[in-house]
Every structure is written in C-alpha cells, then in structure tokens.
Design a protein around this ligand. Sequence first.
Ligand code: 9MR
Length: 393
Amino acid sequence: MRMGWVIATVIAACLIAPAPSGAAPPPGPCAGQSAKHGRAAANLERRARILKARGRPTAARALRRRARWEARLARYYEEQARARGLPRGAAVTLSTLLRSQVLRRSFLTGFEQLTPENEMKMERLQPARGVFRFAEADRMVRFARRYCKRVRGHALVYGRQLPHWATDGSLTAGQLGFEMEWHVQRVVERYAGRVADWDVVNEAIDADGDYTQNVWYLALGKAYIERAFRTAHDADPTARLYYNDSGIELPDHPHTLAVRKMVADLRRRGVPIEGVGIQNHVSTSHHASEAQMARTIRGFTDLGVKVAITEMDVRLDTPGTPARKLDSQRLVYRSAARACRKNPSCTSFSTWGVGDGVSWLGPAAAGLLFDRGYRRKPAYRAVSRSLGSPETP
Ligand code: 9MR
C-alpha cells in the first residue's frame, strides 16, 4: 500500500515537472491546447495498436487508457475555447495534486483557474526571515501553465499563517513594515506575468466592521493596506490586485459596508486596488440570494473595481433527504454564479477545493462541487451553465 503510494507520488511528480519551454502561456484562449492533446491521443492510440499486434495486450490497454484521457482533454479545451465562459476556479493543495490522479483530472477538465490553497502564504514562502522557499508554489504555477490555467495568487498580506519570526514580537514596527514590503515585492516580482490576479490583502476587516487586529495593523495601523497594494503594483504593474474577504456577501452587512468604505477610500487616493474578492463561504441555511449577491457585487463594481467570487463552498446544514440537500446546495451555487455572470465586472468564480473529501471544512460539510469520489454534484452543472461553461463528460 505504502509502496503503491510512493510510486503514485513519483509518477505524479513527473507529471507536474517543469513544462518544456514553449508551453502555451496562460491566460488566453489556449487554442493550441486542444490540438496538442488531440495529437497526443492519436500517437498513444497508434502505439497501442503496435503493442497489441506484437502480442502485448496489457501494455496496449494501458496506452489506450492514456489515449482516452488525452482525447478527453482535447475535447475539454476545444469546448472551453468555443464557449468562452467565465473562468471557473478551485483552490488546491500541492500535496493533493501530487497524490490524487482523480483530483488532477477533475480539476483539469472542470476548472480554468487554480488558487494555491496554502502554498503562497507567508509562512510557506518565507519560513525564516529573509529565506524564501518558492519550490512548492513554483511547481503549482508550472502545473497551471502547462495546462493553460490561470493562477490566482493567495495571499500576500494576511494576519494568519504567518511565520513565527513575524509574530514573536522581536521586530519593531519599522522593521515589520520593511519586511512586509520586501515580501510582497519578492513574491510578486517572481511570478510577474504568470500570476494574473493577486489577493494582496486578505481579511483585514472583522465581522463588526472594524479593522482586524493582526500583526500588521497593530504595528502599522491601516496604512499597511495601502503600502501592500502600492508595493505589489510596483512589482508587477500588469497584475490585477484584489482585496479579499469572507462574510461580505450580504449587501447591507456592517462588514460589507466597511469593506466598501475602505475600498472607496483607497480608490479615491489613487491606491492601485483593482478588485474585491468575495470569498462566499456559506451554507444552505445562511447565504445571499441572487438579488442580494447582485447588489453586493454592484456595490463594489460601482466603485470602479472588479469583483471575483474567490472561495465559495456551501455547507449542507439544512434537514432533508440527501437529494434535497444537494438541490438546496445547487440553488445557492447557482444564485452566486448567475449574479456574477450578469455583472460584466465579475471576473471569475472559484470554490475552495474541488471535492468534498479534501476541504478545510472536513468531508461531512460536503460543501464543494464534486463529492468524495470526485463525481460531479448537481451544483457543478448549475455553476457551469450559469457561467456559460461546457461540462466535458
Ligand atoms: O483552506 C485553508 C486551510 O487549509 C488552512 O488550514 C487555513 C488556515 O487559516 O486557511 C484555509 O484557507 C483560508 C483562506 O486562506 C482565506 N479564507 C478562508 C479560508 C478557509 O479558512
């Protein structure tokens, strides 16, 4: 069992090894992808026929399976390029990407954008002061580019998942400000042109509308937010820079109003913030209706910024039969996807994970678009249709 896992991991590591130079650069329509995978399928089929003729049916069957997968990818890219739906995104971790072929395949034919779930957070990228570890994030970015997926960078400045050196009280406010800017600059420069969107500041405001008392705020006051955006913009002027938060899906909630006020103020002062990420971690009993979500999105886009749904999941917390719960979940997802699609300034729609088996909420919450066995749930179809994206079988 353990040996099998090791072999699978090694094979997977090869699959997400550096892309050969010249691989199609995302974002974009990725027109060449379909032809590339179509050719791969045809080659594998030809080799399978030769093997069969030489009396090696088992090896031939293995090649046929790979050929079928390549053909499926080819179909996916073709349909996706034709439909030009709004990008569907998902957060994934490198370890699941390496471990699980079914996760990789569900992601590759189900989504157009990838958010590294934890690999770009400060504790991972700079575990010791001045010592950057980019290997994990690099692999994810290479994987995404190889398959022509956009990357949403998450999250440059956050009050959680920080390295010990930043929170142990050993640095002065001046040093913390310098370190924050240095971190943002190094990371954004490294991925310039490869990470299209960044969550620059994450969860800086609490549910009651006050600034979150994180290490950055306590040292620098709210000015840290502006400094983070300006630094990120200098490092890659082409990246779209977002403020990302949870609990801001209802239009009149004090939290949403506070974020709107902050964004309006930043925009007024020329701070290069281009978008707001609405995380949308909700449940079947607590969520925004389509009209409410439309109003929330408009509340932000009226300020001149884009919006993205960045981390959606819908916990099942209402009673009923399994089928009924899944249907309630479908409706909640559909409302958010429709509201996003209808506003031209809503740029993408992401969930916080792919399948229910690997979710920060745990499997029982069943909040994602694929079930534990990576079968598509009713919500997947609803989201895809609402965003104008095909569902490649
Ligand atoms: O999904 C992430 C989980 O693996 C981490 O343990 C957790 C630590 O805070 O962060 C989770 O991701 C969060 C994201 O970075 C920001 N919005 C809320 C997400 C869920 O907690």
